[in-house]
Design a protein around this ligand. Structure first.
Ligand SMILES: *Cc1c(COP(=O)(O)O)cnc(C)c1O
Length: 219
């Protein structure tokens, strides 16, 4: 199958999941995760109408997206990988949504850069719902206080929460936990669900799903 067909298939599955979860049509946004794929592999998805893409590395995104953004100005680029504070300037300059805010140092660096550049990417807080030591994200029990700090102390607008459940576990409880934390923070956006579990995530209230291999193939 070609990228266009796989993209259409994912879009249809999202719509079907919206219906079966009694969600509003169009309630769930598709973030097409294009990490490791080059412009040549990505362009067919843009031609087919996809506008929202996710990348996990700042440098890789910097190398391939400015040209495509030039060709198609309404592209929306999400950073979905861990961010170091020494990359905050590049991230603020390139991305429209940064999904991986997970500690005070990075929140402060982003706040300073947003001020300096006059650019305001939307921000999500990443939660390490499985408390995995190797994984980025704030601990669930610290999430409410951290979102509060971002808002009150740093003047940041947080749009929502994001999580990546442990690969070997049933993702449902992790999605439910993220939804509960978002409600506690009065946040409406939930970035959760990948190629293997996006339909489950939609049942649990995902407002965006990050789908890579089901569209672009195995990495
Ligand atoms: C790679 C990646 C995805 C997409 O994963 P697939 O299983 O290929 O759909 C989603 N979210 C994050 C944070 C990723 O790094």
């Amino acid at each position: 199958m070609e990228v266009e067909e796989r993209l259409q298939d994912v879009v249809s599955r999202i719509q079907a999941a919206e219906r079966s979860a009694k969600r509003t049509k169009g309630a769930v946004e598709l973030v097409a995760v294009s990490k490791t794929f080059d412009a040549e592999a990505i362009r067919p998805a843009i031609s087919a109408g996809q506008r929202v893409f996710g990348e996990n590395r700042v440098q890789e995104a910097q190398a391939k997206w400015p040209e495509m953004k030039g060709e198609t100005p309404d592209l929306v680029l999400h950073l979905i990988g861990p961010l170091q504070s020494n990359k905050a300037a590049e991230a603020v300059a390139l991305f429209d949504v940064i999904e991986t805010v997970d500690r005070e140092k990075i929140a402060r660096a982003l706040a300073a850069e947003m001020q300096k550049q006059g650019r305001k990417p939307k921000l999500y807080v990443q939660v390490n719902t499985g408390l995995e030591p190797q994984k980025a994200g704030i601990a669930p029990e610290e999430t409410v206080a951290f979102v509060d700090l971002c808002r009150r102390e740093l003047g940041l607008t947080v749009e929502g929460l994001m999580c990546i459940p442990p690969v070997e576990e049933n993702p449902g409880p992790h999605f439910a936990l993220l939804a509960k934390l978002a409600a506690a923070c009065k946040l409406e956006k939930l970035s959760m669900g990948m190629s293997g579990d996006f339909e489950t995530a939609i049942q649990f209230g995902a407002t965006s799903v990050r789908v890579g291999s089901a569209i672009f193939g195995t990495r």
